[in-house]
Design a protein around this ligand. Sequence first.
Ligand SMILES: NC(=O)C1=CN([C@@H]2O[C@H](COP(=O)(O)OP(=O)(O)OC[C@H]3O[C@@H](n4cnc5c(N)ncnc54)[C@H](O)[C@@H]3O)[C@@H](O)[C@H]2O)C=CC1
Ligand SMILES: O=C([O-])CC(=O)C(=O)O
Length: 313
Amino acid sequence: MALARKKITVVGAGFTGATTALMLAQKELGNVVLLDIPQLENPTKGKALDMLEASPVQGFDSQIIGTSNYDDAAGSDIVIITAGVARKPGMSRDDLVNTNAGIMRSVCENVKKVAPESIVIILSNPVDAMTYVAYKTLGFPKNRVIGQSGVLDTARYCTFIAQELNVSVEDVRGFVLGGHGDDMVPLVRYSNVGGIPIDKLIPADRIEAIVQRTRVGGGEIVNLLGNGSAYYAPAASLVQMAEAILKDKKRIIPVIAYLEGEYGYNDLFLGVPAILGGDGIEKVFELELTAEEKAALDKSADSVRSVIAVVNA
Ligand SMILES: NC(=O)C1=CN([C@@H]2O[C@H](COP(=O)(O)OP(=O)(O)OC[C@H]3O[C@@H](n4cnc5c(N)ncnc54)[C@H](O)[C@@H]3O)[C@@H](O)[C@H]2O)C=CC1
Ligand SMILES: O=C([O-])CC(=O)C(=O)O
């Protein structure tokens, strides 16, 4: 019996969605369906065909199709949602909430019909609140609705640490807790380079500068691009999450998870370290935090709660 390839649908064929589709195919994680609105059906088909035509050169055998028809997404193992508007200089992610909540609801109404068994990963901003909207609309169990922020925020943090020390990014470990906003919480105490705690390697004022740069890392790219937001590192982050699930790798990755009592929060989606495997979020880790770290996390949780209040109004 032939083993079937996995099927991954990427909703939203803009900068992040298209980049994600190509990276998924290059890694041969499955066949890819790239889906956008009917008005953009031809450009979406064109992007998908262009990617497919890279496959003989790069030697990957994943199929990629472009569509605006949810029937093509039927039976997807993973659905990645990037649909929505991106911010421009001068805007915060939270300014996108009303527009993107409407888009998220309509996308999820379709996803739950055609791919009721899928694991859904949300990228659209403000992502903690959009993951909440997706969860409420989909009605899927909490382990199958996951938001992306921590992989990206941690990647930025690790990039800056590696740059500071002029060492390989491969040896930098750390993670960022909390919401995907300017009060996210890079956890310095749990960060190391080659096993050496970073406070033994980098002076306190430079660590603080790295933490601050990480917090506004998305805005730094928005200001440089001028008309949109980051997409290469966000796409790479989505692909790492999809790979962990599709290969049941059981990686420990920071993800936006639904919390029911963890860290003292309820009915809230927030970035926390978790095991990501074949069942989606398989376990959330509740770390011991100092009073200062917990206060920072509370502040971040409050920000997310205030955006969720807007979508619940
Ligand atoms: N969570 C995170 O770490 C990150 C989140 N983002 C967010 O991801 C979202 C997408 O960003 P980009 O790809 O750069 O934007 P983009 O504007 O390039 O692409 C968005 C795409 O969504 C499509 N779309 C809109 N409504 C749709 C619907 N109902 N169904 C299907 N497709 C629909 C648009 O036609 C467009 O092609 C934004 O909200 C952005 O803020 C971006 C980077 C990182
Ligand atoms: O900054 C933005 O608007 C996009 C995003 O979430 C990021 O790059 O972290």
